[in-house]
Every structure is written in C-alpha cells, then in structure tokens.
Ligand binder design. Structure first.
Ligand SMILES: Cc1cc2nc3c(=O)[nH]c(=O)nc-3n(C[C@H](O)[C@H](O)[C@H](O)COP(=O)(O)O)c2cc1C
Length: 540
C-alpha cells in the first residue's frame, strides 16, 4: 500500500510541474462568477466577538524567535484574541478604484486563503469551553461544540500543563479555482506559513505551539468537527494539524491524545452550517486523490532535538516584533538597484535554522529537510552568483556529490554553512526559472528551497505535505526577516521545477525545489489605497 501511495504522490508531483512549454493543468482563465469566498462562516452558531489589541505586545524583533526570559501571559479571552489577531487576523484592506480586498497576517498564494483556524479551549471567563472556528473577517469565534470542564481536565492532566489547542485545515477549492491541479502544493505552503505565524505570535505571549505529531488526520478531522454534514462536497475542509499551546517554560508530556479523550471530544454535538463559498466548482480530482494518499496515519510521537546552535550574529531591527508582523506584505515589484548588506543576508539565513527553544521550527514538525539555493543579485560585499545554504549538516556531502562538478563550494564565513557555487550575473536565470516573473531577478536576491524528497516520501508518504509546510515556514521567516531589515519579500509558488534542478545538475528526484522566495527593496503601487484591518467592524 505504501508503495502505491508513494507512486501516486510522485505522480502528482511530476504532473504538477510547470515546464517551459507547458504549465500544470488549470482552467487557464479567471472564472470570476465562481470566485470562492475567502471567508468561511458557520451560520447559526453563537458568535463571540474578540477584542482587538489595545496596544501591541512590548516585544523586540528577536522576541519573535527567542523564547527565554519571557513571562507567559494567562490564557484568557483577551490574550487569545491578541494571539489570533497577530497570526491569522487581517492586516489591511487594499482598494483599487471600486475593487477592495483584504490581506492577512499570514500570506497566501493568490491571496485566496485556503487555511481555516480552529480552537479547542477550556472555559475562560464568559466564554464556555468548546470547539470554535476563528473568523478572521469579523475577528470572532464561532462556537461549534461545547467541551465540558471534566473533559478538559482530562486534556490538561494528559499534557501536564494548562493550555489550549489550535488546529488548521485547508479548503482546496479556494486555490484550485485559480491554480488548478498545482493548488494542492499551494494549500500546503499556506498551511506552513500559517503554522509558523501561529508559533511566532504565540511566542510574543510567552506560549509555545507544539504540533501533536502522533495524531492521525482522521482524529484531527473528527476533533474539529470537519466530518459533520453540511459542507458542499468540494468545499470540505481537509485536516492539516492540531497543536497544543502552553507556557513555554513547561515540558509537554505528550504529542498524542489518548483514545478516551478523542472519543469524548468526538461525541460532541457540532452546531453551525458552513456558508457556501462558490456557486459552482471544477473537480480537480488529482488533488483529492493525492490528499487521500498523503493522509497521515497515527504514528509514534517524535520529540525533536534541533540543538542549541548560537545565533551567528547579533541582529537588531528598528521595528518591534508586532510591527514586523503587521507590516508583512508581498512585494509586487522591486527597485532593481536596491540592495541588502551581506550582514543582513547572513542574519536572515541564520533565522531559518531550526533550534531548540526558538520559534517557529521548534513546533516539532520534522527534522530540517530543506536547503536554500540562492541567486545573489545585489548584496553588498558579496559577488553576484549562485550560492547554497545548508539547513542541516548531514545532506552536505550528498548534495555536493549530485550537483554540477564545476561548482566551487567556497565557504563564505567560518562556521556558517553558506557556500559560493559560481559567480556571475544570474538575474535572467532567476527570472526565467520563476515563470518569467521579474520579481525573482530585480530583487537583492532570490532563492529556491531544495528539499530532500524521494527517500522521505518513500518511507512516509504523508510527509509530502510536511515538506511543503516546512518550506512555507521558512517562507514566513523570510517574510518577517525582510520587514525587520527594512526590505520586503514575496513567496514564489510559480517556477519551472526541472529548470531549477538542471541549473544545479540534479538528474533525479532525490532532492526537489518546492518553493521559491525573493527579497529586495520594494516599489509600491501608487494606485492602491490602504485601509486599516478592522475598520469595517463597526458595520457588523
Ligand atoms: C505559497 C505562496 C506562493 C506565492 N506565489 C507567488 C508568485 O508566484 N508570484 C507572486 O507575485 N506572488 C506570489 N505569492 C504572494 C501572494 O500573491 C500574496 O501572499 C497574496 O497576494 C497576499 O498578499 P500579502 O502577502 O501582501 O498579504 C505567493 C504567496 C504564497 C504564500
């Protein structure tokens, strides 16, 4: 069976590669009549409006990542509201003439936002314990089910600490409406961005988010009420992950949930009718099949040890942690003369390394499997050219061996796994491999995320999604790092997969490029007007 799943996943991946002469299958035009609503509402539920932050957490840039030295805030409505506002909440509205659209703290391919967030919380002040859907548009909780205090006590004694659960799910249709078959990849990138956004925002409250990595997707689906009736077939939500959020000083005693707690939560009666997102759909069947083949079974729980590598340099920013989160945007074009310094680049790369006690990679999703293939265009004190950054040590020899023999692999810094491969202007190549998008070449630098692929998926096919989540998490760190350093980034999901591998000399799928990113000095579009994120709430 595993073999069949593996083959199906590889098949999906191959079929959804973009090639110079053929893009992955999609509609090919924008079917505006059926554009999915980016907001899910559960109608006929009790709605609990959440307060907006009166003032942002007093946390510096490095407090995004570092856990130690923080005070853990109490778990109450106000603090959970702040945690959600700075992770899955709205960040702004944009308008171009009569057209308006909202943006969120977490980015999404095409701004389509397939990711939905759910809380499972104990009773807090006036909020009854329950399973809640987070509605980012109204910054409110929609109550789907009641959780008794007795049941919650079981949860707390199982984990050995107070806390609450947060889950995320994906609605594939939202992305496939525009991107067709490749959309499953983008949904999983977006899930990774959201997971990192949750971990980083929780850190500002002195809370740690840990992925309950033993749980099966089936259990998560049941716990979040996603199996209940009412979803139009192609608007169903697919379970991504469930995490426990708790004071960071505590040791979590488990990354699973015992059957009796799952059964107790599964017995809940769920309320609410999901709104319909589109009048009509196209069924991109391969997405739903691949989702089935990559469903996560129950597994052993993993406690990951990422080591305690010290930061390679002292980093500072003129912006606070919350300012950085709120400012995050995707650049739509760059000043082709704009640059970053070498020190800034190294500081950004350093933040992508997983470390114990540091958000976001200590959510315990996976051991780092993704490295960075960089196109350096305009970095002060660094020659333009191709570079490579390793996020773990054990792939170094293998990657060097399968790459082009002419690469020089010259180290750039002592004790920092960053290497020059080849000097030369690579703007045109970067633009060309990123689906001819200029943002990849007129930036200070861009990159492809190179992930150990075949062996990971052969062993555990569900890890296909996790590899995309990992790249989404790295993307989220780059987005925030760019803002912290006064520049701007953009995730790039559209690239010619095999052209990237050809540049590296890879002849097979041991490693694959799963996601691209670009960072530089942004040029804003003067035609757009910006409005505050929740100015519309007075109309609700
Ligand atoms: C997974 C992913 C892939 C993306 N791919 C592209 C891309 O190929 N080209 C592009 O211009 N923007 C891309 N973006 C940027 C999105 O369009 C952007 O996040 C979205 O419009 C929301 O805007 P915001 O990031 O400013 O909130 C991507 C974003 C994500 C998260």
């Amino acid at each position: 069976m595993q073999r069949q799943e593996f083959k199906a996943v590889i098949d999906y991946h191959e079929k959804t590669k973009h090639h110079f002469d053929r893009y992955a299958r999609s509609l090919g035009y924008m079917d505006w009549e059926n554009q999915p609503n980016p907001f899910r509402f559960y109608e006929d539920t009790t709605v609990i409006p959440l307060p907006l932050l009166e003032s942002d957490p007093r946390a510096d840039y490095m407090d995004l990542y570092q856990r130690r030295g923080k005070t853990s805030l109490p778990f109450n409505q106000k603090n959970i509201a702040g945690f959600l506002e700075l992770s899955l909440g709205l960040s702004a509205w944009k308008a171009d003439g009569a057209t308006r659209w909202s943006l969120r703290m977490n980015p999404s391919s095409g701004n389509l936002h397939p990711t939905e967030g759910y809380l499972i919380i104990p009773r807090m002040e006036s909020i009854p314990g329950g399973v809640y859907h987070y509605n980012a548009l109204t910054h409110a909780l929609e109550r789907r089910a009641h959780v008794s205090s007795a049941c919650w006590q079981q949860v707390e004694s199982h984990f050995g600490t107070k806390g609450f659960m947060i889950g995320i799910s994906s609605i594939f249709w939202r992305e496939s409406w525009k991107y067709g078959e490749r959309a499953f990849r983008y949904c999983n990138h977006d899930a990774g961005h959201a997971l990192a956004a949750l971990s980083l925002s929780a850190n500002l409250c002195g809370w740690k988010v840990t992925y309950l990595n033993a749980l099966s997707d089936e259990a998560i689906e049941r716990l979040l009420g996603l199996t209940k009736k009412g979803y139009p077939e192609l608007e169903k939500e697919h379970p991504d992950c469930l995490c426990f959020v708790y004071p960071y000083q505590k040791e979590l005693t488990s990354r699973r949930l015992p059957d009796e707690i799952i059964s107790a939560l599964d017995d809940l009666s769920f309320n609410g009718n999901p709104n319909q997102l589109s009048p009509e759909y196209i069924n991109w069947e391969i997405i739903y099949k691949t989702a089935e083949f990559t469903r996560k079974p129950i597994t052993d729980e993993h406690i990951y040890d990422y080591g305690r590598r010290p930061w390679s340099s002292v980093s500072s920013s003129q912006f606070s942690a919350a300012e950085i989160i709120r400012k995050r945007r995707s650049a739509t074009s760059f000043d082709s003369n704009g640059s970053v310094t070498k020190a800034q680049l190294l500081s950004m790369l350093d933040k992508t390394i997983a470390r114990n006690g540091c958000a976001p990679f200590d959510v315990e999703l996976i051991q780092p499997q993704t490295h960075l293939f960089l196109f350096i265009h305009n970095v002060e004190d660094l020659l333009p050219g191709l570079y490579f950054f390793f996020r773990n040590d054990h792939d170094i020899a293998e990657i060097k061996q399968i790459s082009k023999p002419e690469f020089v692999w010259r180290p750039i810094e002592d004790n920092f796994p960053f290497f020059l491969l080849k000097t030369g202007n690579c703007k045109r190549d970067a633009i060309m491999v990123s689906c001819h998008q200029e943002i990849a070449g007129y930036s200070a630098f861009s990159l492809g995320m190179i992930t150990k692929f075949q062996t990971i998926i052969a062993k555990e096919p569900y890890r296909y999604r996790h590899l995309f989540w990992e790249t989404g998490m790295i993307g989220q760190v780059f987005y925030l790092e760019a803002e912290a350093h006064g520049v701007r980034g953009t995730g790039i999901g559209c690239f010619f997969d095999d052209a990237v591998h050809d540049m590296l000399g890879f002849g097979d799928n041991q490693y694959q490029s799963l996601y691209h990113f670009t960072i530089g000095v942004p040029v804003d579009d003067p035609r757009l007007t910006t409005y505050p994120p929740y100015h519309h709430l007075k109309n609700f």
